[in-house]
Design a protein around this ligand. Structure first.
Ligand code: FAD
Length: 467
C-alpha cells in the first residue's frame, strides 16, 4: 500500500502522520513544493514581530521528526499531473527532473494561495512585487521575502491592504518592529468576521496602538511615489463617497484572503464546488477514484450551514487526519466545522464560533442576537476585565447558534469561545449553557461564568420578546 500526500502543510502532513500511526507498515510519501514541510504558517506574524526569534522554531516538527515517523518526504518537488486511471503522480524537482510516482491512494493537500485583488500595480506584466517592497503573505517563501524588505530597505512605514485576521496580526507585528502602519479596509469595519459592534472595539484597539485605520476604503493603485514624497510607494484609494485617499508608505502588504489551490486536482478532473474549492464528501473523498483531498483546497462541511468554504488550520488538520485514515481503508467522517476562530489584536482578543445573525437567517433559523458585557472574574480581585459578548440563538427553539467575544488577551477569550463551540457542537440550547458545571475561583472566574451570564441575558430577551 503506497499512500502519497501532495502538500507538506497541515492537511498533507496530518494525512501522512495518521497513515503511519495506523499502519507502521504503510509506505507513505509526502510531496512538497518547497523546502518547509510542516511549518506553522499561523505563526508567521510572530516571527515578523520578532517575538519568535528564529524561523526554524515555527516548525511543528522538523524534517528529521517527520522522517523518524517512517514517512518519505520529497522536498522542492512540484506535483504537476495526476493520472487517475494509471494511479501515478508526475513530480518535477527544482532542477527540472521529472519522476513518475506510483500510488495506491492519493491525498491532495495543495492548500490555498493568497488572493491578488485587481489593484493597478499589483497585477499585470509590470506589477510591483517583493523585490520592490510590495508583498502578499501565505508561505514561508513569502515570509523570507518580507523579512528581506524589512532588513534591507528598513521601511519606516507600511500600508496594509485588508483588515481580516492576518491583516490585524500583521498590523501588530509591523508596529512591534517600529513601523508606522496604515490599514486600509474596503468594508465598513475591520474584522468583518464579527459583528460591527465588536469590529468597532477591535478598531479602537488598533487606533490605541498608533495604527491609522481607514475603513470603507478601496485601494485602486499601488505605484512608486515621486521623489521627495514621505514614502517609497503611493497608494491611491477611494472612500465610499468616491473621494480620493492617498497614502505614502515605504512598503505595502496586501492580505485580502485566499483562494483554494485546485490546479492539480482540477486538471485531473476533480469536481469543484463552493468557492471554487475541490468537492469532497465527509470522508474527504473526491469524485476521482483513489483520490482524497483535505485542507484549504477543499469545500468545508459546516455543522450549521452545510457546504461552505472556510479555510482554517484547525480544520485542515482534522480533514487531513480523516483523509489519511480513510485512504488506508477506514470509514471516518469529518464531523464538520463551526468556523471557530480567535485573533489577538495587541492587548485584546476577538473570537467567534457558529453563526452570526444574518448567517443564521440564511441557514433557515429564526435568529435573535443579544449583546451583553460581564467581567472575566470577580471584580473585587485585581486585574479583572470586561468581556463583550454577542449571543445568537434560535428564538423559536432556543438552540444556541453562535457566540462572539471581545476582551482582554488575559480574559481567556479563546477558552471561553471553546466552551461555546463545544455547546454548539453538541446542539445545546442557550438556556442549557447556564447548567454547565464550570469552574470558579474569584481570581479566575465567577460563580456564573461570563459565558453563562451572556447566555442568561439571551434567554431573558427571548422570554421578554415571547411575552
Ligand atoms: C499568516 C497566517 C496566519 C494564520 N493563522 C491562523 C490561525 O491563527 N488559526 C487557523 O486556524 N488558521 C490560520 N491560518 C490558516 C492556516 O494556516 C491554513 O488554514 C492551513 O495552513 C491550511 O493548511 P493546508 O495544508 O490545507 O494548506 P497550505 O498551508 O496552503 O499548504 C499547502 C501545501 O501544499 C504544497 N503544494 C501546493 N501545490 C503543490 C504541488 N502542486 N505539489 C507539491 N506541493 C504543493 C505547498 O508547498 C504547501 O506545503 C493562517 C494562515 C496564515 C497565512
Amino acid at each position: 500500500m503506497h499512500l502519497v500526500a501532495v502538500g507538506g502543510s497541515d492537511a498533507g502532513i496530518s494525512a501522512a502522520l495518521r497513515a503511519r500511526e495506523l499502519d507502521p507498515l504503510s509506505d507513505v510519501t509526502v510531496v512538497v513544493a518547497d523546502a518547509y514541510p510542516n511549518f506553522s504558517i499561523c505563526g508567521i506574524p510572530y516571527y515578523i514581530s520578532g517575538e519568535v526569534t528564529d524561523w526554524h522554531n515555527l516548525a511543528h516538527r522538523t524534517l528529521g521528526d517527520l522522517r523518524d515517523t517512517g514517512m518519505n518526504v520529497r522536498l522542492n518537488s512540484m506535483a504537476t499531473d495526476i493520472d487517475v486511471a494509471g494511479r501515478t503522480l508526475l513530480v518535477v524537482d527544482e532542477t527540472g527532473v521529472e519522476d513518475l510516482i506510483k500510488y495506491d491512494q492519493l491525498v491532495v493537500g495543495t492548500g490555498a494561495v493568497s488572493a491578488r485583488p485587481p489593484i493597478d500595480g499589483l497585477v499585470g506584466d509590470d506589477a510591483l512585487g517583493p523585490a520592490d517592497g510590495v508583498h502578499l503573505l501565505h508561505s514561508m517563501g513569502d515570509t523570507f521575502e518580507l523579512m528581506r524588505t524589512l532588513e534591507t530597505l528598513h521601511p519606516a512605514s507600511a500600508v496594509i491592504v485588508g483588515a481580516g485576521y492576518i491583516g490585524l496580526e500583521m498590523a501588530e507585528g509591523l508596529s512591534a518592529r517600529g513601523l508606522s502602519v496604515t490599514q486600509l479596509e474596503q468594508l465598513p469595519e475591520v474584522l468583518s468576521t464579527v459583528d460591527p459592534s465588536l469590529g468597532a472595539l477591535v478598531h479602537a484597539e488598533l487606533l490605541g496602538h498608533g495604527v491609522t485605520v481607514k475603513t470603507g476604503t478601496t485601494v485602486k493603485k499601488i505605484g512608486r511615489a515621486p521623489s521627495g514624497a514621505t514614502g517609497r510607494f503611493k497608494v491611491d484609494a477611494l472612500d465610499t463617497a468616491g473621494h480620493a485617499i492617498v497614502v505614502f508608505a515605504d512598503m505595502v502588504l496586501v492580505v485580502v484572503g485566499v483562494r483554494p489551490n485546485t490546479a492539480l486536482a482540477g486538471a485531473a478532473g476533480a469536481e469543484l464546488g463552493v468557492g471554487g474549492a475541490i468537492s469532497v464528501d465527509r470522508t474527504m473523498r473526491t469524485n476521482l477514484e483513489g483520490v482524497y483531498a483535505a485542507g484549504d483546497c477543499v469545500v468545508t462541511h459546516h455543522r450549521l450551514m452545510g457546504l461552505t468554504y472556510l479555510p482554517l488550520g484547525t480544520t485542515a488538520h482534522k480533514q487531513g487526519r480523516v483523509a489519511g485514515e480513510n485512504a488506508l481503508g477506514g470509514s471516518r467522517k469529518f464531523a464538520g466545522s463551526l468556523g471557530t476562530q480567535v485573533v489577538k489584536i495587541f492587548d485584546m482578543a476577538a473570537a467567534r464560533t457558529g453563526l452570526r445573525d444574518h448567517e443564521a437567517a440564511a441557514a433557515g433559523f429564526d435568529p435573535l442576537t443579544v449583546e451583553f458585557i460581564a467581567d472575566d472574574h470577580k471584580a473585587y480581585y485585581p486585574g479583572s476585565h470586561r468581556i463583550t459578548m454577542r449571543y445568537t440563538g434560535d428564538r423559536t427553539t432556543g438552540r444556541l447558534l453562535g457566540v462572539q467575544l471581545f476582551g482582554h488577551k488575559h480574559a481567556e477569550i479563546a477558552k471561553r469561545i471553546d466552551i461555546a463551540a463545544a455547546a454548539i457542537f453538541n446542539e445545546m440550547n442557550v438556556d442549557a449553557m447556564g447548567e454547565l458545571d464550570l469552574s470558579y475561583t474569584p481570581p479566575l472566574g465567577s460563580p456564573w461564568d461570563a459565558v453563562q451570564m451572556g447566555a442568561q441575558a439571551w434567554v431573558r430577551d427571548q422570554q421578554s420578546i415571547g411575552r
